[in-house]
Design a protein around this ligand. Structure first.
Ligand SMILES: O=P(O)(O)OC[C@H](O)CO
Length: 414
């Protein structure tokens, strides 16, 4: 049996999904064995993978979050592009079978798919419906001003430590916020059109949004919940009744929340022209590492085909809240009437396709993004702590970030 190592970053309900997929694949044939290993959060996993590659013992398959895409693309030689893998292995593969909003993120401008879009998500607003009832809020808020107003009512109704919050602070409040309002995060289509991109997220919209969060943090109408998704338990425990994070929070919400819930579209500022635009994807894709044998690659290719199967895609979608990645799976989920029962699982798909994407909403691809996000988070934390104004924090995040981007341009081979 040829072993295939799969490093991943999934915990909770989504870890169960990974383990079941590997077990089912292993049971379906006897030539290959996929062995999944949890390597920590997304940042830990990419760092572990890069270190392992340098030491000559990289896994075959590595799950890399969407913002690690530029780093992986620039790592020529370290990776085997998916389109090449499938062709070399003689595995049937049609890139047009996948949803374009997803594959665009992971393909070259020529449409060559570099990584396999395994788990794509988008940001949604998770809502505790019982809490809304308790606070006499009749409608799910659609705009940011409504969220702020409702969060105050929720606080008064007993949710004293957190009216609303969210995970992945930069993803939600800078990256998705910018796309959803059709304003640039960075030039050159947020870096998709070239590594010589400059950050531009210190504009009026982003500054105003951060000012609002800073103001509401003072009495915990908003309460910061961290740089990654470790704060998500604050929604399922019932502490924070409105919570913006990934659609892939679904598995844990379903298993843990003892209240009625839904996932609504991200709020928008009604005075912003053109909002809401469309959201961008989050989640991760599978990168195939370089330097493995033809036999091992054959097994990896078969595993990617196994993952693309329509019914399996629907199962992943229903179990996790990640998106069905193929057009066939999305169409079948609709036909089955699935979204009539659970409309909230279609929310991220409707956001992604809300309008034809613009230069500001096709996606983003920035080098050193793991480090960028950490630094942006640090600046936002300083503003929330009252050590800097929102404008100062975002100006500094842009300036420091541009230096990191120029560093990436100098050192990356691309
Ligand atoms: O929780 P996920 O897997 O949907 O990922 C959320 C963000 O996109 C991570 O960068």
């Amino acid at each position: 049996v040829t072993e295939i190592q799969w490093w991943h970053a999934m915990t909770g309900a989504n870890n169960d999904v990974i383990v079941k997929l590997a077990n089912d694949f292993n049971a379906s044939q006897s030539d290959y064995k996929v062995i999944p290993t949890y390597k920590g959060g997304y940042a830990d996993t990419i760092n572990a993978g890069i270190a392992a590659f340098r030491a000559g013992n990289a896994p075959h398959i590595m799950q890399v979050f969407e913002v690690g895409t530029a780093t992986m693309m620039a790592a020529t030689g370290a990776v085997k592009p998916v389109y090449k893998l499938m062709a070399d292995a003689g595995e049937k593969f049609d890139p047009s079978a996948y949803l374009p909003a997803i594959t665009g993120y992971y393909s070259t401008s020529k449409g060559e798919m570099l990584s396999f879009p395994f788990n794509s998500s988008s940001t949604v607003m998770w809502v505790n419906l019982d809490a809304l009832k308790k606070a006499n809020i009749a409608e799910i808020p659609k705009t940011w001003p409504q969220v702020f107003e409702d969060a105050k009512k929720l606080k008064a109704a007993g949710y004293t430590t957190c009216g609303f919050s969210g995970s992945w602070v930069t993803w939600v409040n800078l990256e998705q916020l910018s796309a959803w309002h059709n304003v640039p995060l960075a030039s050159k289509a947020n870096g998709l059109d070239g590594f010589d991109t400059v950050l531009e997220f210190n504009g009026p919209l982003q500054v105003k949004h951060l000012e609002n969060l800073v103001e509401l943090q003072k009495d915990k109408t908003y309460d910061y919940a961290g740089r990654t998704n470790t704060g998500e338990g604050r929604f399922t425990s019932g502490e924070c009744p409105i919570y913006l994070t990934s659609s892939a929070f679904f598995g844990n919400v379903k298993a843990q929340a003892k209240f009625n819930f839904t996932a609504a579209p991200m709020p928008y500022y009604p005075d912003a022209k053109g909002a809401p635009q469309n959201s961008i994807i989050g989640g991760a894709s599978l990168w195939i590492m370089g330097g493995k044998s033809a036999e091992e690659y054959k097994g990896v290719a078969k595993f990617l085909t196994f993952l693309s199967d329509t019914d399996r895609q629907i199962w992943i979608h229903k179990a996790s809240g990640y998106l069905p990645i193929t057009k066939a799976a999305y169409a079948k989920a609709k036909e089955e009437g699935f979204y009539k029962d659970q409309p909230y699982l279609e929310t991220p798909l409707l956001e992604l396709t809300n309008k034809e994407p613009t230069e500001n909403s096709r996606g983003l691809r920035l080098g050193n993004m793991v480090q960028l996000r950490d630094m942006w988070s640090e600046e936002i934390e300083q503003a929330l702590a009252g050590k800097k104004t929102a404008k100062q924090a975002l100006d500094s995040a842009v300036e420091r970030g541009n230096q990191m981007l120029r560093q990436f341009e100098k050192t990356a081979v691309h």
